[in-house]
Design a protein around this ligand. Sequence first.
Ligand SMILES: NC(=O)c1ccc[n+]([C@@H]2O[C@H](COP(=O)([O-])OP(=O)(O)OC[C@H]3O[C@@H](n4cnc5c(N)ncnc54)[C@H](OP(=O)(O)O)[C@@H]3O)[C@@H](O)[C@H]2O)c1
Length: 325
Amino acid sequence: MKDQPQSPGNQVTRRLLGSTGLEVSPVAMGCWPIAGMTSIGVNDADSLATLHAAIDSGINFFDSAYGYGANGESECLLGKALADYTASQRRELVIASKAGMHWEPDGARKFDASPDRIASQCDESLKRIGVDQIDVYYLHAPDPAVPLQDSAGAFSDLLQQGKIGCVGVSNLSIEQMEMFMTECPISVVQPPFNMLQQQIRIDLIPWCQRHDIAVVSYWPLMKGLLAGAIRRGHTFAGNDKRLTYDVFKGAAFEQAQGLLDDVDTIAVRHAVSVVEVVVNWTFNQPGITACLCGAKRDWQIKQSASAMQLKLGQDELDWIDRKLV
Ligand SMILES: NC(=O)c1ccc[n+]([C@@H]2O[C@H](COP(=O)([O-])OP(=O)(O)OC[C@H]3O[C@@H](n4cnc5c(N)ncnc54)[C@H](OP(=O)(O)O)[C@@H]3O)[C@@H](O)[C@H]2O)c1
């Protein structure tokens, strides 16, 4: 069994996750990279070390999904890591997963949010993670072939059965969320949000605030682009799938580089990494409860977690905001 997390983990101030009563660290660990589907050089030993490092650094919130890995690799690794902790240590952790997306044997991604599929994926995820209840369970994305109310009904059933603690949704429009809520309450919403993608400020964040729904954002580091290591002239490995994203190319890439030049100024002043400034800015934005930082190595998640110790002045946060306009 693992020792109690050491300082600075014990000093992390947790935040209430909307109206759920759960308390989470503002930096959460995103468990997509350890699935090894798009990240390069992933292996079980490093992935487990990354999960342990997250806990040791004060992160208590973990985000996985049924579809993170062709065969649930991410949830299985999470389950393996959790087995190293005592029951009382595990009670401190908040585990989130998602249903509604899986990979077909031919490698095609499939969104299937039919009630039967949601129920069977939840049962399988409970076994993989090795828990009796998944604290936060999201609909990963809408399935155009299934009425949203039917998907929502399946989540409502899981709530009543006690298999999940509360319900979240991801990648739904506000109209779709309102439809979902006719059958099942939503406690958490998971949208993309980072320095380069701030569309949710316009309508989604105010809507969530009106409904007391927590916002847990993904892509704070824009898949590594905002982590500071990928600079002008970077040579991407041939099998790096990030090149399929527009933001890693052309004018969008150059815009990100200009932004990193500005972030460097603050990072140097505080003698911290770019990651710490970017992550700290992200979880300090109004309406954001926590941000999901993906990692496949222990040093990466430790750096993201260090953002919870950084104190940026309001003038510095405002200065960054002005640069982002
Ligand atoms: N609901 C949804 O539809 C949805 C969609 C996407 C993501 N998510 C969730 O959000 C999480 C975050 O998204 P993400 O993992 O795709 O991207 P991210 O957090 O924006 O970026 C993570 C990547 O940044 C790089 N990185 C991390 N720390 C670093 C450091 N200290 N220095 C240099 N590079 C560093 C690593 O890439 P390399 O080491 O490979 O360079 C890592 O894989 C996911 O893990 C998942 O839990 C949800």
